[in-house]
Design a protein around this ligand. Sequence first.
Ligand code: MG
Ligand code: ZN
Length: 219
Amino acid sequence: MTQNIPVVENIMNANDRLAQTNRARIDAAGVFSINILASPGAGKTSLIEKTLPLLKGRLRVAAIDGDIATSIDSDRAAAAGAGAAVQINTGGDCHLDAVMLHGALEKLDLTQFDLLIVENVGNLICPANFKLGTHKTVLVASIPEGDDKPYKYPGTYRGVDALVINKIDLLPYVDFRMDYFKQGIQVLNPDVTTFSLSCRTGEGLDAWVEWLVENAKKA
Ligand code: MG
Ligand code: ZN
């Protein structure tokens, strides 16, 4: 009878090592950085677009946008006031990894910024498995996706530092049980910082913006 002996030793893979290199670079510039995860259409780019004007005069922001194709999102970030916007096209990969972020950081003078926003590829599964080196991971959930997502994607919901619940203006029109949704989060990630907001109406954006400013001050 064979026995599996668990390897307790922490084996750091190449991605995690490069994520540490990225973090050191970001830290050296005194920048606060976030990695935004969400399913397609939850409102990652809209959140960035609505946040940038509210940060004007307070934080200098660089955006890095990951997508399989196009520069639509980085164009939107630039139009909304990002001081620099870099597009990463993954060419088919469904997530960003530390190598891709490393390449994008090469194109930025981080010392010119206070906040780095990385928008990951829209996907609730594997982006959570690839550390990039950013300080905080933010998950954007949205009302139309349904209230069962914490139960279906526990790995992603468990690992995030902040949760943005977007499109709350649609609550009257969608069967979304907020209690059920929040129970799922309570089990997986009871301490997660949560913001309920609507990028469309602007409701709730202030608390999110203050969270970014407070964290950037500490960086
Ligand atoms: Mg987007
Ligand atoms: Zn992937």
